[in-house]
Design a binder for this molecule. Sequence first.
Ligand code: ZN
Ligand code: ZN
Length: 183
Amino acid sequence: MKPKFSSPIKPTRVPAMVEGIQVNYCKNPGCQNYGIPAQEKCGRQQMNDGYVASGGGTSIPVLKCKFCGEFPPIKSNQAISEELIRLLADLIPKPAPSCPDSQCTNHNFPVSASKGHYQSYGMTHSGSSRYLCKVCKKTFTVSSVSTLRQRKSDKNQLIFSLLMNKSPMRRICEVADINPKTL
Ligand SMILES: [Zn+2]
Ligand SMILES: [Zn+2]
């Protein structure tokens, strides 16, 4: 007797959610299933979620939406998560620059928020600002890149949620008022 399925034990119908990311849902904006992720587990209750998982074997596994007939290919949340982390690595704010001496009481006071703790000490050749710590008298530089990043950090949350919602790049740039290069 031939087994009906080549792999009868299927732990999940779609890849498990990774870091809150589950991308296996109907991509048709006009459909009532749009954006609703398919249930991961393969049970009776989950079978009524509006999706049929098919494929496997030789073909690329697909998820078929019962409502509109759209079949988005099943994607790895892990891969998307890694891609997002890579994309967002530059957007995640770096620790605010402060006195580099971890023993110094000023170490926990960022330059940008505690002007009284530091004294401006000119510029470097590369255009970075130099500061003197008033407590330990050390000088250190704050690169213009890191201050630039800080300025944009308030937009990161917005951009992240837009990315999560699969907004087109152009739309993200419009909403967040940034240019595509920044994104
Ligand atoms: Zn659909
Ligand atoms: Zn110091």
